[in-house]
Every structure is written in structure tokens, then in C-alpha cells.
Design a protein around this ligand. Sequence first.
Ligand SMILES: [Zn+2]
Length: 281
Amino acid sequence: MTDIPADAEARRAIAPVIAYPNDSLPRCDLDLYRTARAGAQKVDEVLVAPRDAGCFRVKAGQFFRISSVEGAQVGDLNLWNANDLSERFYSGKTRALHGTHLTVGERMWSAFPYLRPMATIIDDTLGWYGIDPYGGSVHDVIGTRCDPYTHTLLTGGQYHHCCHSNLTRALADATGMSLTEAEPHVHDVLNVFMCTGFTRDTGQYFMKASPVRPGDYLEFFAEIDLLGALSACPGGDCSAEHSSDSTACYPLLVEVFAAKPGALSSWAIPQVNGYDRSHGR
Ligand SMILES: [Zn+2]
């Protein structure tokens, strides 16, 4: 055991500093997005089957809505630049910038070297949930995606309908890639509708029954051309377990909406990050 220093309590008592204050982030014009959305027309929809995933395409300047239908169900969302799959959602940096769970006005940011907003949340019917007494909240960027490797590690079993495998199959089907080619593009997710947190005493990741009900939705503005993949997690509402066929699971609906021409004339696709990439050489 390491000796506890005499000033241990004083060190623990130092107040935290917010790493990335909200007012330092580029602003988005939510009023503009919402006005454009009000006049938008539906152009596409994909119904994602339980324990499976589906892909969808959203052009820059369009909107997409993920809805609960039939029963409480969480979804695992991946996003890519539709024109360059190397630009994909970066959950870790999104977490650092916005916090553990996302809601209206917050963005899904892309990986290095792009680091720009891919999508902005413009509506969230679970926005009322806030942070519960356990420290739980919805739409997290702290979890990963349920996957068959962890399942095998922990149980020795083989299960093929984890979100990781669902997303892999969906991406392969949407792009013509093989499963082997598609798998490395699958990344950590936005856990749509999932209710999660870290226990206060041990810091362990927890999940609990999602508060989502049929009719609830999370809606996004696409800042760039997007290829999305959404998995209807085999955990269902995630009240009990992952990685089995024993939990009640329901479909998720993705709908795409296009604004009227000219409705976004004061908006432009965000530029990729301005760092010069010389890395000190
Ligand atoms: Zn899952």
C-alpha cells in the first residue's frame, strides 16, 4: 500500500474546472434549423427491425428523426461522412465537449483530423428527464456498443446480434463492402434513448430501464452529407441484459426530412478543422 500523504484531503478538496466551457464552442443557429424544419417534407424512412440495424442517408441541410415505435427500445447510432467513411463520429471528444449525455443544441463531432459538427440535435422529447438521483441520464456518449467480443470474453458464448455485429452487417449491405471490410468502420456510438451513468461509489458504468415510450423521438440536423447506421439493441430497453434473445425488443423508425429550397440560405456546411497538421515538424 502506498502511504497516504498528509495533505490528501486538501488535494481531494480542490474544486474542479470545466475542461471545455460551453461558451467556447462554435454556436449553432437553432432557431434557423427549427424554422427550416417546420416547413420540411419527409423524403425517406427506414424501419429498423429489433436485434438488427439499418442504414440511412441524409444530405447536408436535411433532418433525421429517430422514433420509438411499439415499445421501449434503445438504439446505437453510428454516423459517417457519406463521401468519406474515414470521417466518422467521435464519441470520446463529443463527451469531452458536451458531457456524458447529449440533448438539444449539442452536436455529434467527427474524428480527427476533421473535428467538425456532423449533426446537431434540434429536438428531444426526453429532454425533461435531466439527471436522475442515480446520476443517470439519456442519450449517452459514455458507453461503447454491445459487441460479441466482450460477450465471448465474459461468458465464452457466441452471440451474433449485438449492436456491433448489427452495424457491421448494415454497413456492408449499404456499401457493398464485405463484413471484414465493413467492421473496422464501426465505431463507438451515441446511445439513443439509453439511460446510463456511472455509480457514484465505484465509478462503474450502469444502465437502467429507458424512460422512452412509443412516440418519443430524437431529431437531428445534418451538418454534412451523412451515412447513418442505427441498431435496435438486443438489450431492448436495457433494463436487464445485453447479448441475448430473451429481452423484449422493438423496432426503431428513422425518418428523413428535406427543408424547402432557400430555407437555409444563411447556413453553410462546416469547414473541416483548421489545424495545419504539421505537428511541430
Ligand atoms: Zn446494443
